[in-house]
Structure formats: structure tokens, C-alpha cells
Design a protein. Structure first.
Length: 260
């Protein structure tokens, strides 16, 4: 089975591009399930139920989040009504929402998605992602061997370390958060597809989806600046992972597509 995994969708422009391109890519690559990181869909910061429902209407099955999960205050209550939206599983257990779920694909296969947050160079206080994975994955394996991990983290070293830690235990460890796709797609021994970062759905003429000038100003002067999202000239980054009947990855392919 093939799974489409889309990187961080940024703002309205990213959302519209994901809505236009997801059905096309699903068809083109014959994917029966689609996961997207949606932590930046609401104006670049956080998620809302309305924005998520737009994505779900166009072929995205499950959305993951990250360090921006609570940026929109209404989402703290909304997340409880959304069974196919995940926040990092290694956030404190008292936080709302869930960190993993088991879902059914278009063709009736069971598939689990687990969201984890990194700790290196990250400001959000998360528990150890390795320990969380170690505790959660055996529970998931009772239900399915098709397991996709979204590791939302900054450092490539931490991402590769988690990928190696979970090699042979899950179907794929795919990185999000940096908004820049990496060219290191690989299948680790044991059949775990890996890529440090899938990238984003955001503007080509931008700095990680934000307008160039304010970001430059902040870097050069150290002064605060409002980072606006660029909504035009959107490029989508994703990967297509192919799994065999045992839930082992047999292929991983990078996808890059400009919104016409
Ligand atoms: Fe992030
Ligand atoms: Fe992001």
C-alpha cells in the first residue's frame, strides 16, 4: 500500500494548494491514505477545526501538529472533537488531545499514526520522545504493523537517532518542522522508511513560508518584527511511502509540486 505524507502546510496559501494538489497526487501515486502536518494552517500559527475540515474534505485523512499546536486558543477545546488530529504524544499527559491513533485506509487496511516532538533546539517542554515511542509502539503493534511516525523536530541528529531507534519497529519515521525537505530518504534495515524532513506546503519566495524582509530585518537587527505568511507561489513537498503486507517499507519517494 502507498501512503502520501505532506510536510507542514503553511497558511491559507498552503491550505489551498494542499486542497488542490492532494486529490491529484493521491490519484497519480495510487495512495490509499494521506497524512499531513497541519501545525501552521491557521494563518501560519496553529490549527483550527474549520481549517482542518477544509483539508479533510479534499483527501487528507489524518493531520499531525507540533510545537505550534496550542497557538490558536480555541483549538484547546476543538481538538477533543477531532479524532483524526494528533498532537505530539510526548507532551505532558494532562494536555488535551491524543498523540496517536489507528485508522482505516480507503482500501480497508489498518494504519497507525504517531506524533512525536523533538527536544533539541526546541522551546516547547516535551518529555523524552524515545521513551514515549518505547512505551506507545508495543501498544500500537497489537493493532497493526503499519505505523507512521511524524517526528516534529529541528535537529537532523535527533531525527536520525529516533529513526535508527525505531528501525524495524515502525513502517516510517518522517521528519517535519524545519519546512525544508532533505534529500536523505532511505529505508533503514528492518524496513523503516526515513527522511529527516519532508518540507512544507508554502511559498517559494519566502523564508520558511514567511515574507523575506521582516525575517531578514530580525536577523540583521535583532529587533522584533511581524512575520507575515506569503500566500502566493506555493510549492508542495511530500513523500510517498510504499509498504508491504507486513508493514515494512519497500519504497520512499520525494514529491515536489508547484501549484499551477
Ligand atoms: Fe514546528
Ligand atoms: Fe511548521
Amino acid at each position: 500500500m502507498k501512503i502520501l505524507f505532506i510536510g507542514d502546510i503553511v497558511g491559507k496559501g498552503g491550505r489551498e494548494a494542499a486542497m488542490a494538489l492532494t486529490p491529484v497526487l493521491r490519484r497519480e501515486y495510487a495512495c490509499e491514505f494521506c497524512i499531513a502536518n497541519a501545525e501552521n494552517i491557521a494563518g501560519g500559527n496553529g490549527l483550527t477545526k474549520n481549517c482542518l475540515q477544509e483539508l479533510f474534505s479534499r483527501g487528507i485523512d489524518v493531520c499531525t501538529a507540533g510545537d505550534h499546536v496550542w497557538d490558536q486558543k480555541e483549538f484547546v477545546t476543538e481538538i477533543e472533537q477531532l479524532t483524526n488530529v494528533l498532537r505530539p504524544a510526548n507532551l505532558p499527559a494532562c494536555q488535551p488531545g491524543r498523540g496517536y491513533g489507528v485508522f482505516t485506509t480507503e482500501n480497508g487496511h489498518r494504519i497507525a499514526v504517531l506524533s512525536l516532538l523533538g527536544r533539541t533546539f526546541m522551546t516547547v517542554g516535551a518529555n523524552c520522545p524515545f521513551e514515549a515511542a518505547e512505551n506507545i509502539i508495543p501498544q500500537i503493534q497489537k493493532e497493526t504493523s503499519n505505523i507512521i511516525v511524524d517526528f516534529h523536530a529541528e535537529a537532523t541528529s535527533e531525527k536520525i537517532a529516533l529513526g535508527r531507534f525505531l528501525a524495524g519497529k515502525v513502517s516510517a519515521v518522517l521528519g517535519t518542522h524545519t519546512h525544508v525537505p532533505t534529500a536523505d530518504q532511505q529505508i533503514f534495515p528492518g524496513g523503516t522508511a526515513f527522511q529527516c524532513d519532508v518540507g512544507m506546503v508554502g511559498a517559494r519566495e519566502s523564508i520558511l513560508g514567511r515574507a523575506i524582509q521582516p525575517v531578514l530585518h530580525r536577523f540583521r537587527t535583532g529587533m522584533p518584527a511581524r512575520f507575515t505568511v506569503v500566500e502566493k507561489g506555493i510549492r508542495l513537498h511530500a513523500v510517498v511511502v510504499t509498504l508491504n503486507d507486513e508493514g515494512r517499507a519497500v519504497g520512499i519517494e520525494r514529491v515536489m509540486r508547484d501549484l499551477p
